[in-house]
Write a protein that binds this ligand. Structure first.
Ligand code: EPZ
Length: 427
């Protein structure tokens, strides 16, 4: 397994290109299941999870073609065409490795009138149930049964009816699944308390480009008129707001200055507000965001929340940054039940963090020291990279396959702005 070595202490400076959003790509790719025409996705990030989802689509009968970035663009272009489904099943050995596979349930059900998907099971940050996905699909006409760790879904008469569902709690994935199922239902559908994350907006815009009828895009109430069929489209994946926020924290923690090229300030407003409150200078411009820090960071009190609140996917990165703030910060994780796996690893580098239930108190220390640490989940591993960038001495992060799921060419991007970082294989 690869490891990443960082010799900390360098101030980062320069232009850092932001890739297409992982969490948008993983919900845009299954849209191709909704038509027999090609869906061309541009600005697709080069990530393990994107490749994994491509393999899953191939298993279902999709042909996929990937070409390099077009001139002036960073991401790849993937053409996905599902002329006909050759399977309606997402098997356990794929789903257990990539939870986002559950996002084929809605579109396969809509396309074929049936779908059989392995229950994804939990992961490091929580048990990750899918009950809301299932309840929302039932509300628009799906008949479901669970057996042997799989959920089997059927649409009576081969086509979903449409209907109304009000989410008791906000769920990004469940909103995505029911949206993709509803756009070709026989009737109309109304989704209340829908997730409003920018990735949901990206999904709605892609579906509309494919001929879907969706009103209320960006709000918590979505009205969908079912269409007989959708057609192909070409769509560019939005920039990754979490990658951009992560590298903004890298500028802050190293006292550097980064130009996050391609970042969308609107998508990361809560992150930018928090950075400014911490004393970081943030300048949004058309086409990117500049972030610089030249003094001690101020402590913060932050609670994660669904969009437009402070993103849970930014919690671990801010914790690393606030470990060096001038005072005590209080972070509360309200979305996932076990998203503090980075705490013991940061503590090994000298951070002073105390967790009680969902709340972590982070007392700023004068400095961190490099150490061998272990990545446990995607965003936790980024918090260790950030700590290593600021620490004195060498930090060795193991199990970096977690990182490769969500950060495209991390060492290349960080080296280009002055980090002393390299990837070493175990051979
Ligand atoms: C998406 O996960 C993202 N993943 C996550 O990003 C992100 O942290 C999360 O949304 C919240 O923003 C992708 O988009 C691929 P949820 P998802 O359904 O859809 C509970 C990363 O680091 N819940 O909004 O799984 C759930 O347990 C990843 O990039 C149910 O109870 O998140 C959680 O407590 C990590 N029943 C809360 O809702 C359900 O049926 C929010 O989950 C579904 C969810």
């Amino acid at each position: 397994m690869d490891r990443i070595l960082i010799r900390g202490g360098n101030r980062l400076s320069g232009r850092l290109p932001i890739s297409g959003a992982k969490n948008a790509a993983l919900t845009l790719m299954p849209c191709a299941l909704l038509t027999d025409e090609p869906l061309v996705l541009r600005n697709l990030p080069r990530l393990a999870d994107v490749d994994g989802f491509g393999h899953l689509l191939n298993q279902l009968g999709a042909s996929t073609r990937v070409e390099g970035a077009r001139p002036g663009e960073f991401g790849r272009v993937m053409t996905i065409r599902v002329g006909a489904l050759t399977s309606t099943e997402a098997p356990y050995d794929i789903v257990r490795k990539m939870r986002a596979s559950i996002l084929v349930l809605g579109p396969v059900l809509a396309r074929a009138g049936e779908a059989r998907v392995s229950l994804p099971g939990g992961c490091a940050i929580g048990n990750r149930p899918i009950d809301l996905h299932l309840k929302a699909l039932e509300a628009i006409g799906a008949e479901l049964e669970m057996s042997a760790g799989y959920v089997t879904a059927r649409a009576p008469g081969g086509r979903l009816a449409g209907g109304r569902y009000s989410f008791p709690v906000v769920s990004v994935g469940a909103t995505e699944n029911v949206l993709m199922a509803a756009v070709t239902a026989r009737g109309s559908s109304r989704i209340e308390n829908a997730a409003r994350e920018p990735e949901i907006v990206d999904l709605c815009r892609c579906l509309v480009a494919m001929g879907a009828s969706i009103d209320g895009i960006g709000t918590e109430t979505l009205e969908i008129e079912g269409r007989e069929r959708l057609h192909g489209a070409t769509y560019a994946v939005m920039p990754d707001r979490i990658e951009a926020g992560s590298y903004a924290c890298a500028a802050a923690i190293t006292g550097g200055s980064l130009d996050l090229a391609g970042a969308s300030a609107d998508d990361m407003a809560a992150t930018l507000v928090a950075l400014r409150e911490a004393g970081v200078t943030v300048e949004a411009y058309k086409g990117g965001v500049k972030v610089s820090a030249d003094g001690p960071l101020r402590p913060l009190t932050l609670s994660t929340a669904p969009f437009p609140g402070f993103a849970t996917d930014m919690q671990a990165q801010f914790m690393a940054m606030l470990a060096l703030a001038d005072g005590a910060s209080v972070l509360t994780e309200t979305i996932f039940e076990n998203r503090y796996m980075h705490v013991p690893e940061l503590a090994r580098m000298g951070a002073d963090i105390h967790v009680s239930g969902r709340t972590a108190v982070v007392r700023g220390v004068a400095g961190l020291t490099g150490a061998p640490v272990m990545a446990t989940d995607l965003r936790a591993s980024m918090s260790l990279i950030l700590a290593g960038l600021a620490a004195t001495g060498e930090t060795q992060v193991s199990r970096v396959y977690h990182l490769d799921r969500g950060y495209e060419r991390l060492e290349e991007k960080l080296s280009a702005v002055g980090a002393d970082i390299e990837r070493v294989g175990d051979g």
